[in-house]
Design a protein around this ligand. Sequence first.
Ligand code: GAR
Length: 186
Amino acid sequence: MKNIILFASGAGSNVQAIIDYFEGKNTVKPVAIVCNKPEAGVLQIAQKYQIPVEMIDKQSFSSDEFMNKLNTYSPDLLVLAGFLWKIPAILVQKYPGKIINIHPALLPNFGGKGMYGMHVHNAVIAQKEPESGITIHYVNEHYDEGNIIVQAHCKIEPSDTPEDLAHKIHHLEHFYFPKAIEFLLK
Ligand code: GAR
């Protein structure tokens, strides 16, 4: 069994997809959820599946205490699933090649600070792009710049709204993210 820690501060639909995919498989176990938003929907998912939650703020995020806490879960992979803060260098150094992120666009386009969630889809539609997609990549000290593991594309129709695109992107994410985690931990 491999342990993953999920970092999430949004609705948690990717966390749900990951839990569903590995449920009953005995291969990968979400052992904790790290969250920085007390009102995040993902916390209800954590409660439902009784997954321990580690709440953080900007200060505790890079503290020794938090590093030690993560260590107690013996994680094989740290998975950012809708997590918006930059990962502190100390964490990147502690888990080299063991932190991955999902981004709702085709990096290097539409990435970087402030590019998250609907901001990304609004920008993609505003630029009349013919396609978008998802990027699963390793995390380094810079936003959205680590090596790419996999990308998947979707077509954008001229009539698509940012919400339509968000829907297509979530669909791709829920399909590919659990499989990418499984592949990396094999
Ligand atoms: C996902 O679409 C993910 O790609 C995005 O946040 C959403 C979270 O949705 N992440 C970023 O924008 C990171 N820059 P969820 O909470 O329903 O999984």
